[in-house]
Design a protein around this ligand. Structure first.
Ligand code: SPV
Ligand code: MG
Length: 291
């Protein structure tokens, strides 16, 4: 199998013991900001992408509603993009067609979670129902079957702790997911201390790397998560939460002041937007090509 230029050897680096960090993005602009900040990868998260359409993260968008955001993210930056595939949008066959589409767009990795379709965001105050292990392993095998290069990979995410189960169950599930072909395991939790995540990592006897999303246990540093055994730390939504706060405050201040002058030193310049858009290169090319 060939090596995809989009993946940047991410899986190999995870296997090699490096600490890697991914940032959430929902469009080309936020993917460029993740790359400029020095992250190793982009997380195309369902929460951010749905929020960017102002709709709930509850399997509403589907494959068709997600592809244009993914295309924008993947095209805008050279970082490997890990796509949050939720529960695969239905059966193993839905997951198979989704995986072909997303890998075809140039995704480096697909992350499939073991909640029952339709899922709802892990932090929602709602009942969280797990898929049975055999059914989920079928979905995983389907998604793994359409990897087309050596470093396109599949992350199996267990929501056992989110759904009220315990670390032993999360470990049992993860072992089955590795046997079904998963290249990495993401174990998710929503408690603030992160103790169960650390317990999971200390008891993990599998051979594939571990991934973590420290949205609620934010006091634990990436370095400490790495020491505990995690290879990839995903900061899934902090960027978007920062944007929401900053944009809301900016608009309110413009209306309160009747002008934007007090903000001008705090917000990005129009020139910075031009740089993100690649306008200078565009103008050089225009001079060459447009007669
Ligand atoms: C997402 O970003 O959509 C995720 C991660 O699945 S979280 O929202 O933290 O569950
Ligand atoms: Mg998600």
């Amino acid at each position: 199998m060939s090596t995809s230029s989009h993946s940047g050897g991410l899986l190999e680096r995870m296997r090699g013991g490096e600490l890697l960090k991914a940032a959430g993005a929902h469009n080309g602009l936020t993917a460029v900001l993740a790359a400029r900040s020095g992250f190793d990868a982009v997380w195309a998260g369902g929460l951010e992408i749905s929020a960017s359409h102002a709709i709930p993260d509850a399997d509403i968008l589907g494959v068709g509603g997600t592809v244009s955001s993914l295309d924008s993210i993947i095209s805008a930056c050279n970082l490997p993009v890990i796509v949050d595939c939720d529960a695969g949008y239905g059966s193993a066959m839905n997951a198979l067609f989704m995986a072909k589409r997303y890998f075809g767009l140039g995704a480096a990795a697909l992350c499939l979670e073991d909640k029952r379709f339709p899922k709802i965001n892990s932090f929602a105050l709602a009942e969280q129902t797990l898929e049975d292990v055999a059914t989920f392993c079928g979905k995983l095998r389907a998604v793994c079957s359409v990897r087309t290069s050596a470093d396109q990979f599949v992350i199996a995410r267990t929501e056992a702790l989110i759904a009220g189960s315990n670390v032993s169950d999360a470990l049992r599930r993860a072992e089955q997911y590795e046997k079904a072909g998963a290249d990495a395991i993401l174990v998710h939790d929503k408690t603030q201390g992160g103790e169960r995540i650390l317990d999971f990592a200390s008891r993990w006897a599998g051979s594939v790397p571990l991934v973590v999303v420290p949205t609620t246990f934010y006091d634990i540093s990436a370095a400490d998560l790495h020491d505990a055994g995690f290879a990839l730390v995903i900061y899934a939504n902090q960027g978007m939460r920062a944007q929401v706060r900053a944009v809301q405050e900016t608009y309110e201040r413009i209306l309160a002041d009747g002008r934007s002058s007090r903000l001008e030193n705090e917000i990005a310049t129009v020139q910075e937007l031009f740089d993100i858009q690649g306008l200078p290169a565009f103008q050089v090319a225009s001079a060459d090509f447009v007669l």
